[in-house]
Design a protein around this ligand. Structure first.
Ligand code: SF4
Ligand SMILES: [Zn+2]
Ligand SMILES: [Zn+2]
Ligand SMILES: [Zn+2]
Length: 344
């Protein structure tokens, strides 16, 4: 999202979702983050993820389970309607999301995590400037941009700063050392070795740690992932061999969760994360320009077809049908960077 305010430099807002999309494929970024459309399936996953976050936010703030579940009040009717139209994967169905949230809070004791939870440090929206002061996303300073809008040293059309945004789910205090540590809630289809390994180096955690550091103004070098498996919990009449009752009765006991971490980042890793984030940001900014100039999706590159991203991309079907105009083939996608509301 590119925000222009009178008397201020243009400000590009990005989060890890945008930059990670850009590292895969121009078309993916163009459709989702420049034109703001997406396929139906991804919209469901996104909504369910946000709904679960909202429940956990209330619970970690100290609300009772029943009150925390009230955070699903918007999601449930939406999910019912989507389900009736046959648009929703069963794991995102209202009763299933409700059961997963309920099971999580029932089975967890808020006092028995590796950290101490402070209800005042829950769901913290952070916006921090990624570009150095007086440096444009193109890497050149004010002087090169001073004569007009264009940069005299490169093809950059407008002095643009980059704000990296995100929502920190929780900042806890480690029992052992007293260090502050950010915790990220993640719902995923399956918690497995790949899922755990992914976070060892993933930009998500680097960005998360960097944002936490900007927020508390202290060095932070580690984080936890609080992972919740959002699969379709078993609920048939068949007898469960583990619990010796029909699955319908032990359904919630089949919830899978895991605390992953501490996930460590060195200072060098954070410096490199920032460099890569800036270079991807510039590419995103350029795609937004192309959207403003009404480029057709078919004019945008599809690097995803080279790097294996298409298999996991919500736009697979769209691209297989040769990228028709987005408004005809897709649903509007309101990207809210990390839950941080910025003015359009
Ligand atoms: S399906 Fe492939 S080519 Fe199309 S947007 Fe996704 S990654 Fe890019
Ligand atoms: Zn520039
Ligand atoms: Zn420049
Ligand atoms: Zn069982």
């Amino acid at each position: 999202m590119l925000v222009r305010k009178k008397g201020e430099p243009a400000a590009l807002y990005v989060d890890n979702t945008v930059l990670s999309s850009q590292s895969m494929c121009d078309t993916k970024t163009y459709i989702r983050h420049a034109l703001h459309y997406d396929s139906k399936e991804e919209a469901g996953a996104l909504k369910a993820g946000i709904a679960i976050h909202n429940v956990l936010e209330r619970w970690f703030k100290g609300e009772h389970i029943d009150d925390a579940l009230g955070a699903l009040d918007d999601y449930l009717p939406w999910a019912d309607a989507a389900h009736e139209k046959g648009l929703l994967h069963p794991r995102f169905a209202g009763p299933n999301v409700y059961a997963v949230c309920h099971a999580y809070m029932q089975s967890r004791d808020i006092n028995r995590f590796p950290w101490i939870t402070d209800p005042k440090k829950v769901e913290i929206a952070v916006v921090a400037q990624l570009t150095k002061d007086n440096i444009c996303v193109c890497g050149h300073g004010r002087k090169k941009h001073s004569l007009g809008k264009d940069c005299s040293a490169c093809a950059c059309p407008e002095f643009t700063i980059v704000n990296f945004t995100g929502k920190l789910d929780l900042i806890g205090t480690l029992h052992e050392t007293g260090h502050l540590i950010p915790i990220d809630h993640k719902s995923t289809g399956q918690i497995n070795a790949n899922f755990v390994r992914k976070y060892a180096l993933d930009s998500q955690m680097s960005g998360y740690i960097w944002l936490a550091e900007q927020h508390v103004h202290l060095p932070i070098r580690q984080a936890f992932v609080n992972a919740i498996q959002l699969n379709d919990l078993p609920k048939s009449d068949r007898k469960c061999t583990t619990h010796s009752v029909p699955y319908a009765e032990c359904s919630e006991q089949h919830l899978v969760t895991q605390i992953i971490g501490p996930i460590i980042r060195t200072e060098e890793q954070l410096i490199e994360w920032r460099r890569a984030a800036l270079s991807l940001s510039k590419e995103v900014r350029d795609l937004i320009y192309e959207a403003e100039a009404d480029w057709m999706p078919t004019e945008i590159r599809q690097q995803g077809t080279f790097n294996g991203s298409c298999g996991f991309c919500s736009l697979g079907e769209y691209c297989r049908s040769n990228r028709p105009p987005a408004r005809k083939a897709l649903v509007p996608y309101k990207w809210n960077p990390g839950g941080v509301v910025v003015e359009d």
